[in-house]
Design a protein around this ligand. Structure first.
Ligand SMILES: *Cc1c(COP(=O)(O)O)cnc(C)c1O
Length: 382
């Protein structure tokens, strides 16, 4: 199915190979395409609410280490986000941390396979099922990757959501939800009508608003990093202006895109990413950092990541490597600090202060990686 501004339609031919591939990979029954993963996430939350009519004030538990999307989407869907801490050395959420944040009001739990590192879902799935909580898997950064038992990511929960927008593993555009149970399929059909997709937002406004949103996030994370504002102050400022960004989150599917071609290119893209990730790992073995190597098990790398031993060097180090002409990002910051600092997440805080992400996508090659590694080693904090 595709979500348009005022209608739901069957999936067009230009999406069908991608859809069939995703359904096969995940054991899914039905796919719902929209303009972005955030929209898919809102749709999933509405379905979670419908499945739990007994809960008056619903909550969703989301990982603290992520972009603000899952929490923003929850608020738009009328759900209060709660934040589960992550392991400080992997950035991944654990069953214990999810359990610590669940209440009788919890209707959904979102799990993200961060940067290509996979969260094993068996125990989390059983526990969520027992608690009547809808488990939502986000394999965007591990598309085509595998769990320890060899099954594909996206097959671990009742519902999987993907972003196929710029910078993701497939960049054709759009977001998609894959439903793996009949009750979720029914709930998605019923809740599709509740989505108010934006027809009024023109391209220029959207671009400016997206830029403003990114800048706000970076600015506030900067204050937190320097200790110049307390999380409570930052959350207050962020929550006060947050509603202005809501129109960004409800985006209809663009049926003119060619998802089939992008899907056909997936196997080659995964090989390219894995080869470059291994090259970084080989060159960066000795350094004042820990390497995240979960891609060796999952078979997919979204960004190659270092965890600096000394987080105080994160910005200076990244800037030095950037000045040498290489892509470096550290856009992740513990999301609970923007939405709900009282959900303490020390592991996410520690991870966010130390992580440095490097590129493995189609815009870079082996020669780039070797030169980038030389720059990283030259500027490595002592
Ligand atoms: C980028 C990203 C999203 C948001 O995707 P959009 O299509 O921009 O809404 C959600 N989850 C993960 C893991 C992402 O990396």
């Amino acid at each position: 199915m595709i979500l348009l501004e005022h209608a739901v339609q069957p999936t067009p031919a230009t999406y069908q190979h991608a859809e069939a591939g995703l359904l096969e990979m995940t054991g899914g029954i039905e796919a719902w395409w929209s303009g972005r993963a955030a929209t898919a996430c809102i749709h999933a939350y509405y379905a979670a609410r419908l499945l739990r009519p007994d809960v008056a004030h619903p909550q969703a538990v989301v990982p603290a280490m992520m972009c603000p999307t899952a929490a923003q989407a929850a608020l738009i869907a009328g759900i209060e986000p709660r934040f589960a801490d992550v392991d400080a050395d992997s950035g991944l959420v654990t069953l214990e941390n999810i359990q610590a944040r669940c209440t009788p009001q919890t209707v959904a739990v979102v799990v993200i396979h961060l940067l290509g590192n996979v969260v094993e879902l068996d125990a989390i799935r059983v526990w969520c099922h027992d608690q009547r909580i809808l488990l939502i898997e986000d394999p965007t950064q591990a598309l085509g990757g595998r769990f320890a038992d060899g099954s594909f990511t996206g097959s671990g929960a009742e519902l999987a959501l993907y972003s196929l927008n710029r910078t993701k593993i497939i960049e054709a555009g759009g977001g998609v939800l894959v439903a793996r149970s009949a009750r979720v399929v029914d709930a998605l059909h019923a809740s599709a009508a509740q989505l108010r997709l934006q027809s009024s937002l023109d391209r220029e406004t959207r671009t400016q608003l997206a830029l403003s949103s990114r800048n706000l996030h970076h600015s506030l994370a900067g204050l937190l990093r320097m200790g110049l504002a307390a999380p409570q102050q930052v959350a207050q400022a962020f929550l006060a202006v947050r509603p202005a960004y809501e129109p960004l989150y409800l985006l209809a599917c663009d049926p003119s895109l060619d998802l089939n071609a992008a899907w056909a290119a997936l196997p080659a893209a995964l090989v390219h990413r894995l080869e470059l990730a291994r090259l970084y790992a080989e060159h960066l073995r000795a350094g004042s950092w820990k390497l995240l190597t979960g891609f060796e098990q999952s078979g997919v790398c979204w960004r190659f990541s270092l965890l600096l031993r000394d987080g105080s060097q994160q910005v200076a180090f990244s800037e030095a490597v950037r000045r040498d002409g290489f892509h470096v990002s550290n856009l992740y910051w513990a999301a609970n600090q923007f939405f709900r600092p009282q959900d303490a997440c020390p592991g996410a805080d520690r991870f966010g202060r130390r992580v440095v992400n490097l590129w493995v996508d189609q815009t870079v090659d082996a020669d780039y990686v070797r030169r980038c590694c030389a720059s990283l080693l030259a500027h490595a904090p002592q």
